[in-house]
Design a protein around this ligand. Structure first.
Ligand SMILES: [Zn+2]
Length: 502
């Protein structure tokens, strides 16, 4: 490890400690509290924090027209106090439990006037997300929300890898510019250069400058983070070339943790097996989004010789949950998020599958209360071997990938498990043609292993026929690549909207 790396790492850590001492940042303390609250004795502290934060959040949400409208629709007589506020924690909880979950579309249609609280000069920044089908939501955060986001990002790393500040991480997002740099080209990598440029061209007062500085602060000072370009699998020979370059960059960065889109991790695993290239520096691998299925993760583990950690987060919420071992189920950061599972408009019991609904307890600039994230999952409450006793969340797929047959839900995770348990499958997608007819596009391994197409087809037909009145027919097709969605991600299934969970 070079002297330069040590200097950069320690000067970064020194900067952060200095900022904390000056009272300019508090996320280190918040991360410490999260650690305390997540252990076996932290249950009452977590409950206390949630009660306080929820009450404060609802009080602020009262400032928005949209939230008052939702209360009205729920038949809640707000205004019971003289100023029309939800004052106590009990009352806040009662209001909360009556609210109907809302989706991205509803929030977007009321943005910005309907959904933003009063700006008290609290350092707001705007950020656009990229949905699976390309539909965007702009989320507004204030300084305290961003501090909470940093604390939860740190906590996630600590739980997953036992390291936090200064950890060396490489990211390969599906669409680098959507994730980290907006639409203005590759991200700046030097904090000083960014500040110098801002001062020179006068952009230092702009929202964009502040938002980029925040990103840089996290990427270069909190962590030693490298971001590599996405992989494009339109031809095997081209992918092989890209993989060689990516592997070279990994060698140069020597990350302890690699975070990437699940399919990229699988392709890199295939590449490593094929080329027998070493990666002893790499200890942990984390797929984005918590959506990777067990069979894909197990292939990655055995090929790369790493442990996998699952993380769940979205660009509008930040890090929500993380796994402490190779399991898929992830500890929820309960002090910051209320995570509920809904089915047919009601909260289901733990263990049952439903739609994931999240309340961000820390965003008072743009309250996201009972927000339908668009994913399917379940909550596990059994004790975890690590000693943390928070609820754990398992993500099983996206809403638009979940097939409903006479009340029976078939999740993307079940379908993925069948496909990726075959080592000859590099990528696939199941497209619904009519109610009982599907086309299965299979991309065979880029490195020469042939998939057992008949076996995959018949196992999938069995899975999809459950709950249906007629047997399901699947027509397989071998293709050189599957077309990614507009945001660079891949879907497991492309269902007709009438077949989704409603
Ligand atoms: Zn655990």
């Amino acid at each position: 490890m070079s002297v330069f790396f040590f200097m950069r790492k320690w000067s970064g850590l020194f900067c952060i400690r200095a900022l904390q001492a000056l009272g300019k940042t508090s996320f280190l303390d918040q991360a410490k509290s999260l650690r305390r609250e997540s252990n076996s004795k932290g249950a009452s502290a977590r409950r206390l924090q949630r009660g306080k934060r929820l009450s404060a959040l609802l009080n602020r949400a009262m400032e928005t027209v949209f939230f008052r409208h939702r209360l009205e629709q729920a038949g809640v007589a707000f205004g019971t106090s003289a100023r029309g506020e939800a004052t106590g924690e009990d009352q806040a909880l009662e209001f909360f439990s009556k609210l109907t979950p809302i989706g991205k579309q509803e929030i977007r249609s009321r943005f910005p006037e309907g959904v933003l609280t009063k700006d008290t000069q609290d350092g707001r920044t705007y950020r656009s997300t990229s949905g699976t089908s390309g539909e965007r939501l702009t989320v507004v955060t204030n300084f305290s929300r961003r501090e909470a986001g940093r604390a939860s990002a740190l906590h996630v790393l600590e739980v997953a890898t036992r390291r936090s500040l200064g950890a060396s991480i490489t990211d390969i997002p599906p669409n680098v510019c959507n994730s980290v740099c907006g639409l203005d080209g590759p991200p700046e990598t030097s904090v000083l250069r960014h500040i110098r440029r801002g001062l020179r061209n006068g952009s230092w007062r702009s929202e964009m400058f502040r938002s980029d500085l925040n990103g840089l602060f996290e990427r270069r000072l909190m962590f030693k983070q490298d971001i590599l370009p996405p992989l494009d699998a339109r031809s095997a020979s081209d992918l092989s070339k890209q993989m060689e370059e990516t592997w070279g960059l990994l060698e140069a960065g020597r990350p302890y943790l690699l975070r990437a889109f699940p399919q990229y991790l699988l392709w890199l695993s295939e590449y490593k097996t094929q080329r027998s290239v070493g990666s002893h520096y790499l200890k942990y691998v984390m797929p984005y989004g918590g959506l990777a299925c067990d069979s894909l993760l197990s292939r990655v583990r055995s090929a790369l010789g790493v442990e996998t950690r699952n993380m769940y987060g979205t660009s509008e919420l930040g890090s929500v949950a993380v796994s402490c071992d190779n399991h898929r189920a992830m500890h929820i950061i309960e002090s910051f998020f209320e995570v509920e599972i809904f089915r047919d408009g009601k909260v289901v019991q733990d263990g049952q599958i439903g739609e994931v609904v999240i309340t961000d307890l820390t965003n008072t600039a743009m309250p996201l209360i009972r927000y339908k994230v668009g994913d399917i999952g379940r909550i596990l409450q059994d004790a975890c071997a690590c000693g943390r006793n928070t609820k754990r969340l398992e993500i099983l797929g996206r809403v638009q990938e979940t097939l409903v047959r006479s009340g029976h839900w078939v999740t993307a995770s079940e379908i993925g498990n069948i496909a990726y348990s075959d080592r000859g499958v590099s990528n696939f997608r199941l497209d619904q043609i009519s109610t009982n007819h599907f086309e299965l596009q299979i991309v065979p391994s880029f490195f020469g292993v042939s998939p057992d197409v008949d076996s995959i087809r018949s196992r999938m037909e069995d899975l999809l026929s459950v709950g249906g009145t007629e047997p399901t027919k699947i027509t397989p097709r071998i293709l050189p690549f599957v077309q990614p969605e507009p945001n660079g991600k891949y879907l497991t299934c492309r269902l007709r909207p009438s077949a989704w969970v409603q």
